[in-house]
Design a protein around this ligand. Structure first.
Ligand SMILES: Cc1cc2nc3c(=O)[nH]c(=O)nc-3n(C[C@H](O)[C@H](O)[C@H](O)COP(=O)(O)OP(=O)(O)OC[C@H]3O[C@@H](n4cnc5c(N)ncnc54)[C@H](O)[C@@H]3O)c2cc1C
Length: 200
């Protein structure tokens, strides 16, 4: 972990799979490269830090869903569970020295190209800096979106998004409506169905 410099050659925004891969690739090509990752959360991991819902797991073989520069023979499942992938990402950050090039708790607020100086003028929640190269690795799914369901604002029951699962809320005996039938629902519905009021 480092502090925010006033300038950097390559600034990578986001410390999920994409941002970490981008940083590692820049450093593979030039070990002395001036590269910095900023991450708005307090930890790396992106998708695999935020999604902790019951049954969260990789839906492709994890030996393929891992970095080519950091293969692992230690996956405990063909389709590894979220905690293991999260631990893997943290171990990669430690093993590759990326943690020294990382500023967490630092959100990109704006970036403006300064043509005269050929630099990006970057504003973050931790201060301003300039960068010659800006890599956006902020993820397509990193900000949970609640569905626009009529009446949701006045619904008095518990509401949460699968990406911000409320582990303190016990669903035992409750009538649970799941909005969405994608990969996340496919993983957590079987995990909660037996204790909800109306098992499938
Ligand atoms: C529940 C779930 C399961 C998935 N399972 C699979 C799977 O099995 N196989 C598969 O191929 N894909 C899967 N995906 C897709 C997955 O998102 C991608 O595979 C991959 O992890 C995305 O990595 P990323 O680095 O692009 O984005 P993310 O992992 O979303 O990382 C983006 C990072 O950028 C940070 N960030 C965002 N905005 C800012 C900002 N303004 N300033 C600073 N930091 C910022 C975020 O905090 C986050 O840490 C899954 C997605 C979800 C949500």
């Amino acid at each position: 972990m480092t502090t925010l410099p006033s300038s950097v050659q390559t600034l990578i925004v986001g410390a999920g799979f994409a941002g970490l891969a981008a940083a590692a690739t820049v450093l593979r090509d030039d070990p002395n490269a001036d590269v910095l990752i900023i991450e708005r959360a307090d930890e790396v991991g992106g998708t695999w830090r935020d999604n902790t819902y019951p049954g969260c797991a990789c839906d492709v073989p994890t030996s393929l869903y891992s970095f080519s520069f950091a293969p692992s023979a230690m996956w405990s499942h063909t389709f590894a569970r979220q905690p293991e992938i999260y631990r893997y990402l943290n171990s990669v950050v430690d093993d590759t020295g990326l943690r020294q090039r990382l500023v967490t708790g630092c959100a990109l607020l704006s970036a403006k190209w300064d043509a005269a100086h050929q630099t990006w003028q970057v504003q973050t929640s931790s201060g301003d800096l300039t960068a010659k190269v800006l890599v956006a690795a902020t993820g397509a799914l990193s900000t949970p979106k609640m569905p626009d369901v009529a009446g949701l604002n006045t619904f008095t029951g518990k509401v949460f998004h699968s990406a911000t699962w409320d582990h303190d809320h016990d669903l035992t005996g409750e009538r649970v409506a799941v909005v969405g039938t994608g990969a996340s629902a496919v993983q957590f519905v079987p995990e909660i169905a037996d204790r909800a009021a109306h098992p499938l």
